[in-house]
Write a protein that binds this ligand. Structure first.
Ligand code: FAD
Length: 414
């Protein structure tokens, strides 16, 4: 027997758990250690409510919205009415007052039915509402948050034609004139611009300082000089509008600066870190929705005298994809729980977003193959999921950018 085994046998395990089997597992800081797929009562209720809403109010409109590249008013209205555009906002602003994890579950449930609708909800909750709550003044919160809970969509304007991954090389300028600023420049790829009532605009107030000059401005839609361009004709998430937005001598009062002058880059990084968990949830829901449509078909479709699900060649592929989906879900939920309990989560958020986008690509591609010819037609929703998933590797940081973020964390750990 090797020496290390002998010494192990000679010294019996002395650890004895002090708690009864019925007590919850508590971490040293008092956090309950539960399986990742354990939800609070409130989270379960919200998840079930959203599932019903998505099936009854969104599903019948999905194909029409995709074909017309237009979100139906009734869907937007429904999201507000159900409190899904203000999930984490406090009741004093008319919000739902639920947790960040609830937002993740909501985005996942909506994406099972329509990833474009899920994006609308994701951006409002993880980016624009949060910019107000984390960095806004009391006055800004009182002005905008009750409307964000009721009927006003927010839009986040960072990217430009010349600055995507290298976002902070942006060229939009804001020049100080007394107690207001004049913004000039042009933004590209701005989600929800078609419907938004308020825009968070990243502009440089002092180009000599480089990215340290980037400042975030709150700009109302009807401000003179703000122009929303023609929406892009996209491959996927077509019901979610994506437009260029230009600013020509747009006059914004100093009081509409969000937080501090020159801190906009920090706010953008902070919001996108959390937002990535939302995009992971979108990709996860998308992949699960596609899988849920496909598997019953494989059980019903008969070839060579039996259901195609019963061929081992099919079962192994299906089991492989189901396992990848489970892994993406665990990464996403773990990142969300880390974020909501105030723990470091940047690496985990990037891993979740990167992996969930990969899994969505694999799942939707496989589902088309498993459905055969009909999967390739618009008679089934599979081809739409296949088109919708590609964006997961691009926005809120491309897959390469996620890998760079993960590698940066690893470099510090070792
Ligand atoms: C549908 C849609 C909605 C969007 N919504 C918004 C929005 O609401 N607000 C907003 O501000 N922006 C939005 N964006 C912009 C989005 O965030 C950018 O498209 C994204 O950051 C990538 O930038 P890019 O398109 O300029 O690609 P590029 O940055 O030009 O990247 C092209 C390729 O080069 C790779 N690459 C670039 N730099 C590196 C590097 N350092 N290392 C390795 N590889 C690299 C990338 O990974 C990618 O594969 C949206 C985009 C789309 C398509």
């Amino acid at each position: 027997m090797p020496a290390y085994l002998a010494s192990w046998k000679a010294s019996p395990c002395v650890f004895v758990s002090s708690k009864s089997g019925l007590m919850p597992n508590l971490a040293s800081d008092g956090v309950v250690c539960a399986p990742l797929q354990t939800f609070t009562e409130e989270e379960t209720m919200l998840k079930n409510m959203v599932k019903k809403f998505a099936q009854e109010r969104v599903a019948p409109l999905v194909q029409k919205m995709d074909e017309n590249s237009k979100m139906e008013e009734s869907v937007i209205k429904g999201l507000f009415e159900q409190g899904l555009m203000s999930i984490e906002l406090g009741e004093e602003y008319g919000g739902t007052g639920a947790s960040f994890f609830s937002t993740i579950l909501v985005v996942e449930e909506l994406a099972k039915v329509d990833p474009a609708v899920a994006l609308l909800c994701e951006l409002q909750n993880t980016l624009t509402n949060k910019l107000f709550t984390v960095y806004g003044t009391e006055e800004q919160k009182r002005t905008y948050l009750p409307r964000a809970a009721k009927d006003m969509i927010g839009s986040f304007c960072l990217s430009e034609a010349g600055s995507g991954s290298d976002a902070f090389s942006l060229k939009t300028r804001a020049e100080k004139k007394g107690d207001y600023y004049i913004i000039n420049g042009s933004k590209m790829w701005i989600s929800l611009a078609e419907y938004a009532g308020v825009f968070f605009v990243m502009a440089n107030t002092d180009p000599a300082l480089g990215y340290r000059g980037i400042t975030c401005f709150i700009v109302d839609r009807n401000t003179e000089g703000l122009q929303i361009g023609k929406k892009e004709n996209k491959l996927g998430i077509r019901a979610s509008s994506t437009c260029p937005v230009t600013f020509e001598n747009v006059k914004v009062p100093e009081t509409n600066i969000l937080g501090q002058v020159g801190q906009g880059y920090k706010y953008a990084i902070g919001m996108l870190n959390g937002g990535r968990i939302g995009i992971a949830a979108q990709m996860l829901g998308l992949a699960q929705g596609c899988f849920d449509h496909t598997i019953p078909y494989t059980k019903e479709r008969v070839q060579f005298g039996k259901s195609i699900f019963d061929f081992q060649g099919m079962q192994h592929q299906i089991a492989h994809v189901a396992t990848q989906l489970e892994a993406a879900r665990l990464l996403t939920y773990n990142a969300a729980r880390l974020a909501e309990t105030g723990r470091p989560f940047i690496k985990e958020a990037s891993m979740a977003k990167y992996y969930a986008a990969e899994v969505a690509t694999l799942t939707t591609s496989k589902c088309i193959e498993w459905m055969g010819g009909v999967g390739f037609t618009k008679d089934y929703p599979i081809e739409k999921y296949y088109r919708d998933c590609k964006i997961g590797t691009i926005y809120e940081g491309t897959s390469n950018i996620q890998l760079s973020t993960i590698a940066k964390s690893l470099a510090q750990e070792y």
